[in-house]
Design a binder for this molecule. Structure first.
Ligand SMILES: C[S@@+](CC[C@H](N)C(=O)[O-])C[C@H]1O[C@@H](n2cnc3c(N)ncnc32)[C@H](O)[C@@H]1O
Length: 317
């Protein structure tokens, strides 16, 4: 992708944003980059309060899909307003195509929220690293395919901003395989601090992939014209509103039950795993057979584990 693949556009509500002409997607539609970054990611994750919660460890954010850096800059902005108080913030951004960031920098005058951040953006583009003058904010870029890079990541995140393009053009990022890789880097046990993931998608196969990867899944706050987003977590008790029995019943009737990459797994095992997920304990009916189409051409790759206490990632292989 190159700079000419992007253009400045107005969203449906009149905010200034960027369109990727190749995949024909307007980012942050409809409310624009700054409002979406703050409402969906920074405020919903409670970043400000977390930075002031008295813990002494660094607060690590995975910023998946750096793109035009709105989510990262909004997080930096939030931390800077706290001055010297609070925890250190470490943002780890993942991006496999820096053309969008280059385009954003060239057009920074179009985005008032970037005022004062050009130096940080230039450093992240050039050095893949930036530290704030006060030393309390560290920003690293992992350049390349998230699906490869995540396997090498060592620091586990407290917050995940999950913001690839939509599944219609970026399906591999919304699969069970991807969420399983991510889950392996998150909080491992109930005793450990939770990892909370926020994303704009509410699609059933995506939420199913999150469940099957070992997350608990909840309704996220409405943002702009979106009536709902998704908040997933390693710990059930950090979800404000876990997906309900009604969602589970609808999932059972859905013709899009399984993750986009379900053909790589034993779909019967996936369904059983879903039914046994501890978020839905006590629900009935516990298990429904698959329809024949979904049963075609399956490979037996799923290792069912006991999900009673804490769901663990599906293991492949
Ligand atoms: C919707 S944009 C992100 C917008 C951004 N979060 C912001 O605040 O402006 C999606 C981004 O995800 C990136 N992306 C998609 N698939 C990826 C992958 N496999 N690894 C790393 N980045 C990826 C795209 O290149 C694109 O820049």
């Amino acid at each position: 992708m190159s700079l000419s693949d992007f253009e400045i556009v107005q969203t449906t509500t009149g905010a200034t944003s960027i369109r990727n002409k190749i995949v024909n997607e307007i980012m942050h539609n409809p409310i624009g980059p700054w409002q979406e970054a703050n409402a969906l990611y920074v405020e919903q994750s409670g970043l400000r309060l977390r930075l002031q919660n008295g813990r002494t460890n660094d607060l690590v954010i995975y910023d998946i899909g750096l793109g035009a850096a709105s989510n990262a800059v909004a997080s930096i902005h939030c931390a800077l307003t706290l001055g010297q108080a609070g925890r250190r913030l470490h943002i780890i951004s993942f991006e496999n195509n820096l053309a969008l960031l280059e385009f954003t920098l060239l057009n920074a005058h179009e985005f008032s929220h970037l005022t004062g951040y050009s130096e940080a953006l230039e450093a992240i583009l050039r050095d893949h690293h930036w530290t704030s003058p006060c030393g309390r904010i560290v920003w690293d870029l992992r350049a390349g395919d998230f699906l490869d890079l995540i396997d090498q990541e060592t620091s586990y995140p407290e917050i995940v901003y999950f913001d690839p393009y939509s599944p219609s053009v970026n399906e591999d990022m919304w699969t069970l395989s991807c969420f399983t890789k991510l889950r392996l880097r998150c909080a491992a046990a109930e005793g450990q601090e939770a990892t909370d993931l926020f994303t704009y998608s509410i699609a059933t196969p995506i939420r199913a992939a999150m469940f099957l990867a070992g997350f608990y899944v909840g309704y996220g706050l409405p943002t702009g014209l979106k009536v709902e987003t998704t908040h997933a977590s390693t710990h059930l008790n950090t979800l404000n509103q876990p997906l309900s029995e009604r969602w589970y019943e609808r999932w059972q009737r859905s013709d899009k039950q399984l993750p986009f990459d379900a053909e790589n797994y034993d779909s019967l095992a996936l369904q059983r795993r879903m039914a046994q997920h501890s978020q839905f304990n006590g629900m009935s009916p516990m298990w429904k057979p698959l329809n024949p189409k979904q049963n075609k051409g399956l490979r037996n790759l799923v290792n069912l584990v006991n999900l009673e206490s804490n769901p663990q990632p599906v293991s492949l292989g």
